[in-house]
Design a protein around this ligand. Structure first.
Ligand code: OX2
Length: 871
């Protein structure tokens, strides 16, 4: 590797080489030096926040040493690099994750006294916990100081976060590229039952996990016009794009440590900054203020994450974000490639770029522009390189989530890119016409340009398919569905091999070890794996099966669950203003039923809350008919129904669902007649760090989307990994979860995706009677049983089912949902041993859903990339 340092100086550099701390004492020294030097504080004013900052800085120092070595090693070995482009990285907190991933496998004796509530053998974390204690701090409190890095909406962003963890753990030379939003997903407050959004200014206190790369600044252009040499007509010829507005992209790097490896990868996030160029014409015209304002506007590009999940709004600023990020990232990637002076034809051997949904599709066009306009490659040679480089992951079949940009807007913001898109489309359509002559219908169906009356749009998914060599869905059912529905024509054109499946996964380091240390400890003891190697090879978990019916083991297993339920009960109490709604004495016999995810009609939280209402009404009816509370408890045993999740700020129906949940909670929780048999709670501001408390505490979690709508789901995997059972529809990854853990261990219900079209059709043309059970619920809601002021408040929710075609098929699945919930009650309360057996067997067979497996599949079948292992 090259360096400008003269040979005779290098010895000196080596003599003073920085060293990682490796003992508690070395850590303490580091910590104090960061308190004094980095924070300019001292013994006399070091609070928990300062301690968090100093701890993070110290840990970061270790990571940076490994980060540098990793980058040098990856450059020296010259293997293929992978770039994961995602507009969202829902990272959560970094410190605890770093402490867990940094671990080494020394024996537990040399770390001193260990806290029995923590897993043993977790050397680094234990060591630092003890050192913190000696310094006068409690690690748990310090960890709580860290704000979540919430640069994502939901599953798509969290998937990217799990992927970078697995890429580092698997030693892949891989970087993530994203945007450094100043405001992540909004913080959710619940006021009078309604969602209220407040800004998430997560960079309030300086962020110890980012390294500002002030020297890496990429100029990015927008607007302007295209210029070609005199007499040159063809848009295929190298052209000059004269931009009209210019901003700078500045890099911020986050080190991503792998688990039990010294590989530390990079997540590079771009920040928009004004250029130092100055508009002198404006200045000379006396318009100084205006020219400063225009510069300031640059920063708005990376100011805020768009808060929509599975929905595209088509706003100009969003397209600006997308191009800004794609252009900066590609510039960076190309610059790195050019250092090696390899021929352009080898670009796809050196680089794989994965597109997380269609958000980064402009990267395809930008690379083609770089190759043709700047590097002067022949159009077709360039296009061959482009298509061999990119691969595209689709995450949804829902129309409202598929990106389309008006030709008019795209052409104005990025005039040269619009020309290139037309040319890509022209060559593509020509090849289709050759293979399927005279099929005009086909041509218009697959054209990148959608020709709707008056409003021509660029279909980003089609552009992504045409510009990639592989397209994958995120669970088997979903990958089959995209082939038979939205991308059917492209299967005909390209053949089925271009389309593949990589079922999603989650990182067991965060979602088992970090979120559920008690369960992790029980597992490592039981399968005799003191160094937690199962976190790298989840097939080791199958050992647990042996103990599934062992009563003394079941008791330990259950104790862990109860501990986690108490932990969640504490959180709920705190969020409920200190008022406890959960009867702790009976917590062992209280079923925790949890649905936490973005609020969306397709995810059917409305069906869940209707189910709760149904249960409540039935309980009341029994009481009114003279049953004793014991009799009622016999049929409807203790349960806490827990909801959580954010609605897009402009999504009226989703917000109404949140309000209904809160209104039902108020009535049910305040009804002393049913005693503590049923409680309902909406957890405000669901995020990654809350998920780490919530997930381990579930007895049952709900994954009840209308069949065919949830591409995969990933929280289903998290709950199973934590020994929770699932009630779910035959949708997304639920199908494969069933296959892996066995159909006896999951509560499936509802219609299948192949019947959805017919059911919807029937709703429109035959008004079939709604089930009695659902009518009863809807009557109660309509009659104001859960309204205090406005009786008709929830009418839109009822109407969408009763009078507007019930698009999400709540009425078709409701009875089977209720019946299945009944079965859940019976097994939980009458067959505890069976329940615990199912729980153990679920964890034993969850290994497939590790994101490590997922990344291996991408590496082998899509990227053709190999790990670069440290010596
Ligand atoms: C989500 C999907 O809705 C979810 O099913 C999937 O598990 C997740 O992506 C990760 O693949 N925006 N978010 C998603 O899709 C889109 C579009």
């Amino acid at each position: 590797i090259e360096t400008n340092i003269p040979v005779q100086s290098r010895e000196l550099w080596n003599k003073h080489k920085v060293k990682k701390f490796s003992t508690g004492e070395e850590f303490e020294e580091k910590f104090i030096s960061h308190v004094e030097w980095t924070l300019a504080r001292s013994l006399y004013n070091c609070d928990d926040l300062a301690a968090y900052q100093a701890t993070s800085q110290s840990v970061r120092d270790n990571l940076v040493i490994d980060w540098n070595k990793t980058q040098q090693r990856q450059t020296a070995r010259g293997g293929k690099r992978v770039y994961y482009l995602s507009l969202e990285f829902l990272m959560g907190r970094a410190l605890d994750n770093a402490l867990i991933n940094m671990r080494t496998d020394t024996s537990t004796e040399d770390v001193g006294e260990t806290d029995e509530t923590l897993t043993k053998g977790n050397t680094s974390r234990e060591m630092i916990k003890n050192a913190m204690k000696e310094l006068g701090f409690k690690l748990e409190d310090i960890l709580e100081q860290e704000p979540d890095a919430a640069l994502g909406n939901g599953g798509l962003g969290r998937l990217a976060a799990c992927f970078v963890d697995s890429l580092a753990t698997g030693n892949y030379p891989a970087w993530g590229y994203g945007l450094r939003y100043q405001y992540g997903i909004f913080a959710q407050k619940i006021i009078n039952g309604y969602q209220v959004e407040t800004p998430d200014y997560w960079l309030n206190f300086s962020n110890p996990w980012e390294i500002e790369r002030a020297e890496i600044q990429v100029p990015i252009n927008f607007y302007g016009y295209v210029d070609r040499p005199q007499g040159e007509q063809s848009t295929l010829a190298p052209s000059d794009w004269i931009g009209g507005e210019r901003v700078l992209a500045m890099a911020h790097d986050m080190p991503i440590p792998g688990f039990k490896t010294s590989t530390v990868n990079n997540l590079r996030l771009w920040n928009a900054k004004p250029t130092t160029e100055f508009d002198f014409s404006k200045f000379n015209n006396g318009d100084y203020k205006n020219s400063v304002e225009q510069q300031q506007r640059a920063e708005s590009i990376t100011a805020v994450l768009y808060p929509n999940d599975n929905f595209e709004q088509g706003k100009e600023l969003r397209l600006k974000q997308q191009y800004f990020w794609c252009a900066a990232s590609l510039h960076d990637i190309v610059r790195r490639f050019k250092k090696n002076k390899r021929p352009w034809s080898e670009f796809p051997d050196a680089i794989a770029i994965q597109l997380n949904d269609t958000h980064p599709t402009m990267a395809i066009v930008e690379l083609q522009r770089i190759l043709v306009d700047l590097e002067k490659l022949d159009w077709h040679k360039a296009w061959d390189i482009v298509t061999k480089t990119f691969a595209y992951t689709n995450h949804t079949v829902m129309q409202e989530a598929l990106e389309k940009w008006p030709v008019q807007l795209l052409g104005r913001l990025l005039p040269r890119h619009m020309e290139i898109i037309y040319d890509i489309n022209w060559f593509f359509l020509q090849s289709v016409e050759k293979r399927f002559p005279h099929d005009m219908d086909l041509l218009s169906r697959v054209s990148i340009i959608e020709e709707a009356a008056g409003d021509r749009q660029v279909r980003m998914a089609f552009l992504a398919i045409i510009g990639s060599h592989k397209v994958n869905g995120v669970a088997e059912l979903h990958s089959d569905l995209i082939k038979s529905t939205i991308f059917q024509d492209f299967v005909k054109i390209y053949g089925a091999n271009k389309f593949t499946n990589v079922t999603n996964g989650i990182t067991p380091r965060r979602w088992l070890k970090q979120a559920n240390p008690k369960l992790a400890q029980l597992i490592s003891e039981t399968i005799n794996d003191p160094n937690d190697d199962y976190l790298l090879d989840m097939s080791k978990l199958t050992e647990l099966s042996k103990h599934a019916e062992d009563e003394s083991f079941q008791k330990k297993w259950n104790d862990v669950k109860q501990f986690n339920k108490l932990r969640l009960a504490d959180l709920i109490k705190r969020l409920n203003g200190g008022v406890d709604i959960i009867d702790r004495e009976h917590i062992r016999n209280t079923l925790f039923d949890i649905q936490v995810k973005r609020i969306h009609e397709y995810k059917r939280q409305q069906m869940n809350i209707f189910g709760v209402i149904h249960r409540y009404l039935e309980m009341k009816e029994l009481l009114e008919a003279g049953s004793s509370i014991e009799d009622v408890a016999e049929k409807y045993p203790r349960k806490v129904s827990i909801f959580g999740g954010k609605s897009a700020p402009g999504y009226y129906m989703a917000k109404l669902i949140i309000k209904l949940v809160n209104s039902v909670a108020e009535v049910v929780n305040g009804d002393t007649e049913i005693q503590d048999l049923l409680k309902v709670f909406f957890i405000p501001d669901y995020n990654v760090s809350k998920a780490e408390i919530i997930t381990p505490a579930s007895d049952l979690s709900e994954h009840i989307s209308t069949a065919g709508t949830e591409a995969s789901g990933t929280s289903n995997m998290k709950f199973v990994m934590n020994g929770g059972l699932i009630i779910g529809t035959v949708d997304g990854a639920n199908v494969e979860i069933t296959r892996e853990i066995g159909e006896d261990n999951i509560f499936l219900f509802g219609n299948l995706s192949e019947n959805v079209d017919e059911l919807r059709y029937n709703h429109q043309f035959h008004s079939s009677a709604l089930p009695e059970s659902l009518l009863k619920v809807m009557d109660a809601v309509e009659n104001g049983a859960f309204s205090t002021e406005n009786i008709s408040e929830f009418k839109p929710l009822i109407d969408s089912i009763k009078h507007q075609g019930d698009y999400y098929l709540v009425s078709d699945d409701f009875e089977s949902y209720i019946a299945t919930q009944h079965l859940v009650d019976q097994v939980y309360h009458k067959e505890k041993k069976e329940w615990l057996k199912k729980s153990v067997l679920s964890v034993a067979n969850v290994g497939f859903f590790s994101s490590d497996r997922c990344i291996e599949e991408y590496a082998e079948t899509i990227w053709n990339a190999e790990p670069v292992k440290p010596e």
